[in-house]
Design a protein around this ligand. Sequence first.
Ligand code: OGA
Ligand code: MN
Length: 298
Amino acid sequence: MTITFKKLHPYVGAEVSALDLRAVKDPESLEQLRAGMDQFGVLVFRNQSLNDTDQLDFATRFDGVLHAKQGATALKKNRFNNDAIADISNVDNEGKLLSPDDRKRQYSLANRLWHTDASFQDPAGRYSTLSARVIPALKSNTEFADMRAAYDALDESMQRSLEGLQVHHSIVHSRQLLGFDFSTKEINALPGAVHPLIRVNPRSLRKSLYLASHATRVVQMPVAEGRLLLLDLVNHATQRQFVYSHEWKDQDLVIWDNLATMHRATPFDDVHHHRELRRVTTIDLPWPKRSEPLEARA
Ligand code: OGA
Ligand code: MN
């Protein structure tokens, strides 16, 4: 199958030519898609009528192992009884819209902070697949910032000074910034994780900044100095020229590389308009180990 990519932004994001991801199983096509991810960081697939099983199966074919510790699962079992599926929606178990003070709504509002998925876990998330099931008539875009372009735009002495730094990420930190209350049990279940500030794509060898609002401190620096550096870098990396804003259509599937991008939800009238997506994220394991089961399975 020949797959083509149409650029959606100067740096990040491309729309993939018409195909049915349920049928994409041969190693060559999967490899073309991985190469597209290396190049564009975000891929948009239109008209994918996926159910949960289709989405789980595709993510597994694409990248091997799924992430089942995505944060919310430490708080409560989700309504799908499968921790590999993140419920990105504003409805309760009966499908009713969440009220403004509902704890699930309060928790998911933090998606409006710039972040990378599961950076507070080790291993973190690698590729996230987000499948649109119910999209409201009004705009509820997801924005993606290109952390490779942001890295490239730093001057060389700054790039050198960041080399080797490590950052602690905690979902408790990012949620508490918004005033969300965690119990002691929840805090103990979510200790956070340490990751390098500069990440290298193991296939293309391109470098990127690895940041998120979950970032609490730079391991090698006094707390305040590290936080100021992280704030500066997030402000730099999320300038408009680095950002692709995705306007959702029904049945879109969007995949992003969490090593190459940060993302955030944008506000909309979620108390009155139903929006429902499902996210399945793969685990960031060292390359090429990750590719082994994948080729065997394909
Ligand atoms: C996610 C996420 C943003 C949105 O699914 O990981 O951050 O717009 N979603 O729903
Ligand atoms: Mn996210």
